[in-house]
Design a protein around this ligand. Structure first.
Ligand SMILES: C=C1C[C@]23C[C@@]1(O)CC[C@H]2[C@@]12CCC[C@@](C)(C(=O)O1)[C@H]2[C@@H]3C(=O)O
Ligand SMILES: O=C(O)CCC(=O)C(=O)O
Ligand SMILES: [Fe+2]
Length: 375
């Protein structure tokens, strides 16, 4: 079966992954200087005062019998929600954060031994989306797709096994949670497990694909002018993010601007990705998000990027299309979509769109690239 690694062969991404030692810089270099970052940001303070209103990302208790309905509302209005009571042991969340912290603390020359190749998925490097922006991002990442063994052997020749074990355990545990969330999101659209087909037959969730993304946002001498991770949507069905106790993640909500997603002890952030946007025929929008950095504490995050088997065609679900609701997107595989994203970035979703939106506006993702000016 073809794997995600085919996605970038036609669209290799060439990035110079060598960067200055973030920790030794006293000033923000020009190449990392962005402007207009704080336009329309709703601060944490506002959110604290107003948790019940629609200005904060919904928090959903997975043990609530109404979870599916609540998730549906959150996906429709925000494209993102946080989950608590999800059953993932706190110790496992700590363990995977520890793997990230240990990895990014290695000397640069060691990390560069596990560099991501231009046409590859896995490995160490600057954000893949860097090539679409004239300024650099204040972060480093490590992507794991399939076994991390080869790269971990290069990073930790003596004790790679213990890091591999944690990644394996995290992957297995997240896979179950992702499937549960996927079914709840489908249920909220009136789609049952039986209605959900991959290539015409019952979806086999054990064949779902996922990548793990470890992120590090070092302490920054001038955080108001730096960007941790530029605005983007994930190409997934859904992404489960563990963001530790340091804020930085912001989501964009129409009419509200950038809203900070406050870290919640043991909570996990769930983003609607582009493939779910397509599957839901645009009812659940993929959420535009970005990461800001801070002056005093290094931030780490771990994203579990969940999608279908790489060669399964995804299209608007039959239950959501009809004479008055034409399919808004053509079918596409995750592999093909990642290639499109590597080429068109935030225009990828519009490039698979069939009909113009009824209100005459572009996809939310169309305007993203220009929402932050650099210079
Ligand atoms: C499967 C994937 C989704 C992703 C590209 C990747 O091959 C592995 C990393 C993922 C990530 C994480 C940071 C943001 C993002 C846009 C990126 O550049 O790499 C996403 C990609 C995505 O969801 O499109
Ligand atoms: O670090 C974060 O909070 C978000 C990371 C992210 O968006 C990603 O890895 O796709
Ligand atoms: Fe993301």
């Amino acid at each position: 079966m073809p794997s995600l690694s085919e996605a970038y062969r036609a669209h290799p991404v060439h990035i110079n992954h060598k960067h200055p030692d973030f920790n030794s810089l006293q000033e923000l270099p020009e190449s990392y200087t962005w402007t207009n970052l704080d336009d329309h940001t709703i601060s944490n303070n506002n959110i604290m005062k107003d948790t019940s209103s629609n200005s904060s990302v919904p928090i959903i208790d997975l043990s609530d019998p109404n979870a599916s309905k609540l998730i549906g509302h959150a996906c429709k209005t925000w494209g993102v929600y946080q989950v608590v009571n999800h059953g993932i042991p706190l110790s496992l969340l700590d363990d995977i954060q520890w793997v990230g912290q240990t990895l990014f603390s290695l000397p640069s020359n060691q990390k560069l031994k596990a560099i991501r190749s231009p046409d590859g998925v896995s490995g160490y490097g600057l954000a893949r989306i860097s090539s679409f922006f004239p300024k650099l991002m204040w972060s480093e990442g490590f992507t794991i797709f399939g076994s991390p063994l080869d790269h971990f052997r290069q990073l930790w020749p003596q004790d790679y096994a213990k890091y591999c074990d944690i990644v394996l355990q995290y992957d297995e545990t997240m896979k179950k949670l992702a499937e549960k969330l996927m079914l709840l999101m489908l249920d909220s659209l009136g789609i049952t497990k039986e209605d959900f087909k991959w290539a015409g037959s019952k979806a086999q969730f054990e064949k779902a694909c996922a990548a793990l993304q470890l992120n590090s946002y070092p302490i920054c001498p001038d955080p108001d002018r730096a960007m941790g991770l530029a605005p983007h949507t994930d190409s997934t069905f859904l992404t489960i993010l563990s963001q530790s106790d340091i804020s930085g993640l912001q989501v964009q909500r129409e009419g509200f601007g950038w809203v900070t997603v406050p870290p919640l002890q043991g909570g996990l952030v769930v983003n609607v990705g582009d493939l779910f946007h397509i599957l839901s025929n645009g009812l659940y929008p993929s959420v535009l998000h970005r990461v800001l950095v801070n002056r005093t504490r290094q931030r780490f995050s771990v994203a579990y990027l969940y999608g279908p088997p790489s060669n399964v065609e995804i299209c608007p679900h039959a239950k959501l299309v009809g004479p008055t609701q034409p399919p808004l997107y053509r079918s596409v595989t995750w592999n093909e979509y990642l290639g499109t994203k590597a080429k068109h970035f935030n225009k990828a979703l519009s490039s698979v769109r069939l009909c113009a939106p009824i209100n005459g506006l572009f996809d939310v993702n169309d305007s993203n690239k220009s929402s932050v000016q650099v210079g």
